[in-house]
Design a protein around this ligand. Structure first.
Ligand SMILES: [Zn+2]
Length: 116
């Protein structure tokens, strides 16, 4: 039953890698969304959460009541997204190379068995 557990482990590893690549993709996607958010012109308006007066969506602070908005952290979230994306991508690629190595090793063993 060694072969069955090998197949199961390979399946689990491949699913984990797919999840890693999905996380990497999501991080890079969020980074791009953040960059677009940061550089788009301040044309949209919204109502303030605390005083409900009309303010710009790019406002860091409401000019009427002083309510703070998280826009100033846009740069750090871009950096965090980029960093996380790189880490997940690296783990994914490292896993792919490990799996390929594993299959190459198995293939070699199989050939050896065939010739013996
Ligand atoms: Zn306000």
């Amino acid at each position: 039953m060694d072969n069955l557990s090998d197949v199961f482990m390979s399946g689990v590893a491949i699913i984990m890698l797919l999840v890693m690549f999905c996380f990497a993709f999501m991080c890079f996607y969020m980074m791009i969304v953040n960059i677009i958010d940061k550089f788009k012109p301040a044309s949209k308006l919204m109502s303030c959460e605390s005083c409900e007066r009309t303010i710009s969506t790019n406002a860091y602070v409401c000019p009427h009541c002083g309510q703070h908005y998280g826009n100033s952290s846009a740069f750090s979230s871009i950096t965090v997204c980029f960093f996380c994306g790189c880490v997940f991508l690296f783990i994914g690629l490292a896993g792919v190379s490990l799996i390929l190595e594993e299959y190459g090793y198995d293939l070699l063993n199989l050939i050896k068995k065939l010739f013996n």
